[in-house]
Ligand binder design. Structure first.
Ligand SMILES: C[S@@+](CC[C@H](N)C(=O)[O-])C[C@H]1O[C@@H](n2cnc3c(N)ncnc32)[C@H](O)[C@@H]1O
Length: 215
């Protein structure tokens, strides 16, 4: 299912469309390392992927038995994700791709996992509020996974990242402000990740990984 972009700020769609259209493919297509490591052992249920981009995480979840709802504001990214799904083998339930602005989108279902991997934007974006709203739709025993950049990549320029404040996992956790009586913290740590830079050089990056379980 591909819906129209619901209630979105034109500059949000414009910015991200421009980013995606600059390249045939913006991201690796591989699932996030922390997602695979933390969710790989969980029994599959209904997952919500926030800011799914070109669908690497959503498709990995679907291939691993999850029923997936994946939301992103960028038509080009969601179009690529849908196309990638066509060449995936062994998906029981098609991914429900939702083209919507998460700033206003309201979950209408219950989830066993909410995943927000690199849900970063240089534009005004109330990320913690968006994740919190999705977390309120997580069933008892379900999880919220948040993965962010803990430090700038070595190739980042001050121009591109100078204003961005990279959150430690502890800051991320505090910012989410989920009720500790209701949520237990399963993971809150920096994890190293090997990745290829823009010129193919292999570097170690640091991700802030937070996994919470609803009691
Ligand atoms: C850094 S990318 C990460 C994409 C993907 N999660 C991944 O790890 O490859 C951030 C994504 O968030 C999406 N995004 C940014 N602001 C959004 C908003 N307000 N509503 C929905 N999606 C948004 C962008 O279109 C982009 O695909």
């Amino acid at each position: 299912m591909l819906t129209g972009v619901e209630h979105s700020e034109p500059e949000t769609v414009e910015y991200w469309e421009h980013r995606y259209r600059e390249k045939d493919r913006l991201w690796s297509g591989r699932p996030n390392d922390a997602l695979v490591a933390t969710v790989g052992g969980l029994p599959p249920g209904h997952a919500l992927d926030l800011g799914c981009g070109e669908g690497g995480d959503a498709l990995w979840l679907a291939e691993n038995g999850w029923r997936v709802t994946a939301v992103d504001v960028t038509p080009t990214a969601v179009g690529r994700a849908r196309e990638a799904e066509l060449s995936c083998a062994g998906i029981d339930a098609p991914v429900d791709w939702v083209l919507a602005d998460l700033s206003t989108w309201e979950p209408s279902d219950r989830y066993d996992l909410v995943s927000a991997c690199f849900l970063h934007s240089p534009l005004e974006f109330r990320r913690a509020q968006v994740i919190g709203r999705a977390a309120s739709a997580v069933s008892s025993g379900g999880y919220v996974l948040v993965v962010g950049h803990a430090t700038a990549p070595p190739w980042a320029t001050r121009h591109a990242h100078g204003e961005h404040r990279f959150l430690t996992p502890e800051e991320e956790l505090r910012g989410l402000d989920l009720d500790a009586a209701e949520w237990e913290t399963s993971v809150c740590e920096v994890r190293p990740r090997r990745a290829a830079g823009p010129t193919g050089e292999v570097v170690t990056l640091e991700d802030a990984v937070v996994l919470l379980r609803r009691r």
